[in-house]
Ligand binder design. Structure first.
Ligand SMILES: [Zn+2]
Length: 480
């Protein structure tokens, strides 16, 4: 007969306590990340771009953070006892907000080819996506989050349009919670689901019950909808795997989401579905559309009137054929439609908000910049505060504002690709890249410092993603 040691007892107690606090997750990983504690910090002497219209930027100022919240932003803040973060030579900005990111496809990097259509994003994700286990989803989302944090994104909209089972949903949410990022999980349908099959609304309701409200107030929930009408991007592979619904089929899913009080997001790739959506009375401020390429002036008036927001992913949209439309940033801003910025996925482009802003500025200037001037400050606003507005979390993040949560990024302005700095917005939009990021703080937790992760085992995250990817490749006999 063995005796229970104190250590075993303590271990058991810890497990029980954790089980009582955590939701009953169907997917459980054994190796948990231990996130750094929220403390008290003061960033001293940084150039602060607040993105808050009521708080002026500071050429050199302090940002005081305590227990996850921004408590003061001023030229000089007395913060006795706070840990000092030297901000001289740095530009402090709010964390970036990515409003449309398919994290489940991150691990397909080894296979997706930008220049070979048969091995493009849609064929790869259509074929390999069907074979993914919850653990594959978990590993893919972890890789995506690590890349997002390294890029300065502190909030992401995880657009999970391959939610194959309740376990897959829990796997993706587990990765988000463990890694301490702020974000919305958009529950979707599995790749390959029949168009006449409704989405798993009971599964969505379960996630809402078990995961929401998030005790840390970092995670929120929504749904991602299948497309309405013809989807021309991606050809047959995407159409056959992601769904092309009638307005009645779409309404069934959307009504279900609305009964649960959840926001809705949908791609608009190909012919614009906006007039049909409006005709069915489906548009409202709880709707986010993605890829603003083919809207008419009349439709933009409808979007403005209904409070619909639009997410643009310039790095990938600009790769599309001309007949699939142009990035209508200028037209949307002219019409007063809410716009935000997104990566889309990292299977064939970089997770880099600086590049996204630069590309958007270039495309916009090239098209209609003379008619609709756009400042670099407005671009940074699109990538931060406007993203927070789009995701309904602007009361918590998106600007350097006392009372908001501390989602902050410090960019080294002394690096060779930036220095010497004139206008700080010019430095951020025209020159910066993720490699210039020194510090990333999410909800007052420092997740990246001195350009390195504080808590993530990045080599392991990459190795496990690779292992999962190669196993999927073998299972699918890819390339087919
Ligand atoms: Zn997308």
């Amino acid at each position: 007969m063995g005796t229970i040691t104190r250590r075993q007892l303590l271990k058991g107690t810890t497990v029980l306590a954790a089980a009582a606090l955590a939701p009953r997750t169907l997917f459980a990983q054994t190796a948990r990340i231990s996130l750094p504690p929220r403390g008290e910090f003061v960033i001293r002497g940084a150039t602060v771009l607040t993105m808050d219209p009521a708080i002026p930027d500071l050429a050199a100022g302090d940002v005081h953070v305590r227990d996850g919240a921004i408590v003061a932003v001023a030229q000089k803040v007395a913060a006795p006892g706070a840990q000092v973060i030297e901000g001289a030579g740095m530009i402090c900005i709010p964390g970036f907000v990515d409003t449309h990111f398919h994290m489940w496809t991150s691990l397909f990097r080894p296979f997706v080819r930008a220049d070979i259509p048969a091995q493009g994003y849609f064929p790869v994700t259509a074929r390999l996506g069907r074979l993914m286990s919850p653990q594959d989803s978990y590993r893919s989302v972890r890789l995506g989050i690590a890349d997002a944090i390294a890029g300065g994104y502190t909030t992401v909209h995880n657009w999970a349009h391959n939610t194959r089972s309740p376990e897959h949903a829990d796997a993706e949410l587990s990765a988000m919670r463990e890694m301490g990022i702020r974000g919305r999980f958009a529950y979707g349908t599995p790749v390959g689901l029949a168009d006449d099959a409704p989405m798993d609304l009971a599964g969505v309701a379960r996630v809402k019950k078990e995961w929401m409200p998030d005790p840390e107030n970092l995670l929120t929930l929504g749904i991602c909808s299948r497309n309405l009408g013809a989807m021309t991007i991606g050809g047959g592979a995407a159409s056959a795997s992601r769904g092309i619904l009638t307005v009645e089929q779409l309404k069934r899913d959307w009504d279900g989401a609305r009964r649960l009080g959840l926001p809705i997001t949908m791609h608009t790739s190909g012919a614009s579905p906006i007039t049909a959506l409006e005709g069915a009375g489906l548009l409202g401020p709880d709707v986010q559309l993605v890829h603003p390429l083919m809207t008419t002036a009349e439709e933009r008036k409808v979007l403005k009137a209904r409070g619909v927001s639009y997410s643009t992913a310039p790095q990938l949209e600009s790769r599309r054929a001309a007949q699939l439309g142009e990035i209508q940033l200028g037209e949307l801003l002219e019409a007063g439609v809410k716009v935000s910025l997104s990566t889309d996925h990292i299977a064939s482009t970089s997770c880099d908000p600086f590049s996204a802003m630069r590309m958007l500025f270039a495309v916009h200037s090239h098209r209609i910049g003379a008619r609709q001037p756009l400042t670099l400050k407005r671009l940074l606003q699109l990538a931060t505060l406007d993203g927070a507005v789009d995701l309904g979390v602007a009361q918590r993040t998106g600007s350097v504002t006392p009372g908001k949560r501390a989602d902050l990024v410090l960019v080294r302005a002394t690096d060779t690709n930036i220095a010497p700095v004139g206008d700080p917005y010019e430095a951020i939009v025209s020159f910066a890249q993720p490699g210039n990021i020194d510090t990333v703080m999410v909800d007052g937790r420092i997740l990246r410092r001195g350009g390195s992760f504080t808590a993530y085992d990045q080599p392991r995250i990459a190795a496990e993603a690779r292992e999962a990817a190669l196993a999927l490749r073998d299972k699918a006999k890819w390339p087919a």
